[in-house]
Write a protein that binds this ligand. Structure first.
Ligand code: FE2
Length: 240
């Protein structure tokens, strides 16, 4: 598999190292968008090799490092050390309360240029729209739409993984969590952290009005067609 995969016009994904969570290893991914002004907007940056970095630099000018969930703030640290000149944008909870220490440890002192809100910054609004998925006091994840490629970008809220041979416990766990193909969706433990489903429903309704047919997620298999019906189904539990 190539290090950098093109996912549509002016958008690429890069798969990173696996990380351990709840006793299982999960894959990671970052998204790169080339804005109309040739600046690169990078979401949920992951550790990468020099060769990959060289290729990314050939796509445009490294400019913005964006993290849409407090659970991925740790990913900014090494990039910020290496490229202090890049502008950092974090989720609404860069200074908020978090579920566990592992979600956010001392990352709020990163020099953020801005905090993501429901108002898309002018610097990328020509190419990207954004919205906070509300109704969760612990994790306010920001969803992004890349208009040109009609791609929705989510971090943790939707996850889907293939069945792996000889890994019964892992497969059973993922199935229980609703993260296993052919389904996949919002992991059950994350669903439990949504306390105001009515407000969440409104956020999801707004997202479903966006013009997208592809989905990039930070963990698991992306969707390159008919993604809207998948996303609609993935949030059906909000009706419960
Ligand atoms: Fe994540």
């Amino acid at each position: 598999m190539p290090l950098i995969q093109n996912f549509g016009k002016n958008i690429w994904i890069v798969d990173g190292p696996k990380v351990k969570d709840m006793g299982f290893m999960f894959p990671t991914r970052m998204t790169i968008i080339r804005l109309s002004n040739d600046k690169l907007w990078i979401s949920s940056p992951i550790p990468i090799k020099t060769q990959t970095l060289k290729k990314i630099k050939s796509l445009g000018k490294l400019s913005y490092l964006v993290v849409g969930t407090p659970r991925h703030l740790w990913r900014l640290e090494s990039w910020n050390k290496k490229f202090p000149e890049l502008k950092l944008w974090g989720p609404p909870q860069i200074n908020g309360n978090f579920i566990t220490k592992s979600v956010l440890v001392g990352k709020a002192d990163l020099p953020f240029e801005g905090v993501l809100s429901n108002n898309t910054p002018d610097i990328w609004s020509k190419d990207i729209e954004q919205i906070i998925i509300e109704g969760n006091p612990f994790i306010k994840e920001v969803a992004f739409l890349h208009k040109k490629s009609k791609t929705l970008i989510l971090d943790d809220l939707i996850q889907r993984y293939p069945i792996e041979k000889n890994k019964k416990i892992r497969n059973a766990f993922l199935k229980f969590e609703d993260m296993l193909e052919p389904n996949g969706g919002v992991p059950k433990d994350i669903r439990l952290t949504f306390t105001n489903k009515e407000i969440t429903r409104k956020s999801i309704d707004k997202i479903l009005k966006w013009n997208f047919n592809k989905l990039i997620i930070a963990h698991g298999k992306c969707i390159d067609k008919d993604a809207k019906s998948f996303v609609r189904n993935a949030f059906n539990w909000l009706k419960d």
